[in-house]
Every structure is written in structure tokens, then in C-alpha cells.
Ligand binder design. Structure first.
Ligand code: IPE
Ligand code: IPE
Ligand code: MG
Length: 252
């Protein structure tokens, strides 16, 4: 493949400064604050996760109903294994339970479901569900729901670097031919565009290893609400903030 600088320049020019008025086509959410939600009620943290999972269904459906094309959620990070085994196991059980229900309930929803992350670390049962749901929903043309499980932005970029290094080793690619587009093409879900809007509830002001590469020009909305309480109105509020912004992509 020949390195074509003009091609790259043309691609970059597509991202012209825009005063956003339209709906963000891709919204990503860091579903944070389940533990604190439970603590405030004197409940075990796992109850917070249960309510958080129920709210995930509600908000994903709402996003689809208002015309969001891509909705990606951060459900379990590569760092979340640091939590007590009891909590990690409860989360895995919840994912299994949730996906069994989702296979049934979401079958009429016309959503395409994709999983982002190294799911090989999970029990076989969960991996089977992931494969089944991805395969069953692959041809749907409604909203794409991305679920980040055992996801980390750095491991994702590392994975892409390894894939390209393999091509270099095989003699199919020269290091100087590597472009940003090639790295993007080797991320977990290259068919999902970069998020326009990233929302983090719970009051924390950080990315926690979420979509590091894809977030280069995302708009951020941080909200002081815990995930189980995050409502359709909160989503509308975040979208309102987004539509009022001026995205410059480095231009003027
Ligand atoms: C987010 O809620 C869910 C996961 C990370 C799995 P937390 O469990 O992080 O809740 P807080 O941040 O402790 O309140
Ligand atoms: C980020 O939340 C991960 C998910 C919501 C799945 P964390 O609660 O793990 O993040 P930190 O530890 O506060 O940065
Ligand atoms: Mg947290």
C-alpha cells in the first residue's frame, strides 16, 4: 500500500468546525456510581449494580427511541478486577442474568449489540451469550448498542499496535506506512464511529481508561447524579448541552 498524504489530508478536512445543532449520532456513557447509590441506602454494593443494570435497559431503550444511532456503555473495566472477588463475581452473575434477559427482551427492539473488550477472561457461559447476541443482532439496522466488558482504552490501543506489528513482521507493511486510520481500523469495533458525546454521571471528573483513542474530539458532560438514578431527562439535558457547543476540531 502506498502512503498517500493527499488522501489523509482530504480525510481530515471532512471534520470541519461545526456549530452543533443536530443530535449526537454516538453517545457513550460511563455508568458510574452504583456503589455509592447502594451505600446511601444502607444496601450492599451489589444491589447498586442490580439497579444500575435495570437502569441501563431503560436508558438504552430511551436513547434508541429518540434516534441515537450508536450508544456505548462502560460496564466493566480492565481495572475493575481489583475489586473484592465477591463483588466481581456478583457483577459477572449479573451480566449473565442480564444477557439472558436481553436475548429475550431485546429480540423485538431492532438493536445491534456489540461487545468491546477482552471477553476471553470471562466464564464460558458469558462468552457464549456474548457470541449468540452479537450473531443474532448482527443484521439489525436500528441503534448499535456497544457494551464495554473487561474494556480498557490502553489495552485496546495495545491490541491494535500488536496487529499492525504482526503485519510489519510478515513483510506486508512498512512502519512508516502506518496511519491513524489503520490504528482506528484495528480497534475492537472499527465499524462504530468515534463518540460525539461522552457522559459521566456520579460526579467523578475522569475518563478511567474509557475510549482513549476515540475520545480525541468528543464533547464531555459530567453530571452529579448516580447511575441508578440517571433518568431520560438527564440524557436530554446532556444532549442539550452538547447541541449548544461549538466543535472546532482544531480549526477556528
Ligand atoms: C460503576 O459503579 C459500576 C462498575 C464499575 C462495575 P461503581 O461500582 O464504580 O460505583 P461507585 O463509583 O463505587 O459509586
Ligand atoms: C469506571 O468506573 C468503569 C465503569 C463504570 C465500568 P470506576 O468506578 O471503575 O472508575 P474509577 O475507579 O472511579 O476511576
Ligand atoms: Mg465507580
Amino acid at each position: 500500500m502506498k502512503f498517500d498524504l493527499r488522501q489523509l489530508f482530504r480525510k481530515k478536512q471532512v471534520q470541519e468546525p461545526v456549530q452543533v445543532k443536530a443530535m449526537p449520532q454516538h453517545i457513550a456513557v460511563i455508568m458510574d456510581g452504583n456503589g455509592r447509590w447502594a451505600k446511601q441506602r444502607g444496601l450492599p454494593r451489589t444491589m447498586g449494580h442490580k439497579h444500575g443494570a435495570a437502569n441501563f435497559k431503560r436508558i438504552a431503550r430511551y436513547a434508541a427511541s429518540i434516534g441515537v444511532r450508536y450508544f456505548t456503555v462502560y460496564a466493566f473495566s480492565t481495572e475493575n478486577w481489583r475489586r473484592p472477588a465477591e463483588e466481581v463475581n456478583a457483577l459477572i452473575d449479573l451480566f449473565i442474568q442480564y444477557l439472558v434477559e436481553a436475548e429475550r427482551d431485546f429480540s423485538e427492539e431492532n438493536m445491534r449489540v456489540r461487545f468491546l473488550g477482552d471477553v476471553a477472561a470471562f466464564p464460558e457461559k458469558l462468552q457464549d451469550l456474548i457470541r449468540t447476541i452479537e450473531a443474532k443482532s448482527a443484521d439489525r439496522d436500528g441503534m448499535t448498542l456497544g457494551i464495554c466488558l473487561n474494556y480498557g482504552g490502553r489495552p485496546e490501543i495495545t491490541h491494535a499496535a500488536r496487529k499492525l506489528a504482526e503485519q510489519v513482521k510478515a513483510g506486508a507493511l512498512e512502519p512508516e506506512q502506518i496511519t491513524e486510520e489503520m490504528i482506528s481500523a484495528h480497534l475492537y469495533c472499527p465499524d462504530i464511529p468515534d463518540p460525539d458525546l461522552i457522559i459521566r454521571p456520579s460526579g467523578e471528573l475522569r475518563l478511567s481508561n474509557f475510549l482513549l483513542w476515540q475520545a480525541a474530539y468528543s464533547e464531555f458532560v459530567f453530571m452529579n447524579v448516580l447511575w441508578p438514578d440517571f433518568s431520560p431527562e438527564n440524557l436530554e439535558e446532556a444532549i442539550d448541552q452538547y447541541t449548544g457547543r461549538n466543535r472546532r476540531f482544531g480549526g477556528v
